[in-house]
Design a protein around this ligand. Sequence first.
Ligand code: SF4
Length: 275
Amino acid sequence: MLRLPPENARIVAGTIRAGGTDLPALSEAALRRTIRGRRIAMVFQDPMTALNPVRAIGDQIADIQRRARGLAPAERRRRAVAALARVGLPDPERALARHPFRVSGGQRQRIALAMGLMQRPQLLIADGVTTALDVTLEAQILHLLRELRSEIDGSILFISHDLGAIAEICDRVVLLYAGEVVEEGPARAIFHAPRHPSCTRALIACDPARIDTATRTLPVTPGEVPDLARVPPGCIFAPRCREVLPRCGGERPAVVACGPGPRARCHLLAAEPGA
Ligand code: SF4
């Protein structure tokens, strides 16, 4: 969406629309001027590498504020302090003069969130923002995201492999396998009545929170994610699927609407009435 991959990665087909704008069709200059950090902001997994370690936090916030022309320095400082206070950073006035390595990992992630929200984006992409944190900090950041979600005039795209965090924070879930959407729908439907007969059900079944207390084993799915340079011609999940049909090896399944909300990709699914 923000075209951050290196130059050897290309978008060869399809569209990515944000509020009616086809993002891949925009020039690099237009993307930077109108989208990146403005309509769409991103917070990364590791706040230590996302923040510049040799510049004070206030200077890094000032870089973002320079885009808002006509603001007096005192007002910029007031807004920076307010943004850091909003994400729960202790002593935000003093934090402006600090460097990222002087604050904890959880506080760095709060700073990254504050910076992401400074331009009031319509979409905040939170990419694995709790992955590098311990469970206590993870719970704090999830709590903060839940609060921010109801305050910002936009959406949060929460990217994670943590099923518990996803269940806690998301309204809608899109499940990707090997880069392909296999199921999407309301979070409640995904977790309580997953439609994809093998991929989603197998994933939820091997959530450590559901471990079989009698045997202490997880029902893991054998096999590995395919090499994306040699994607199987039919269903991408076929090499690992317990329900595999003869047609699955050569025929790519379509996305099927399973009722009014969920959609999933599998030959075993038939469209439900009312979908
Ligand atoms: S399409 Fe076939 S291989 Fe793919 S998930 Fe469904 S049953 Fe399994």
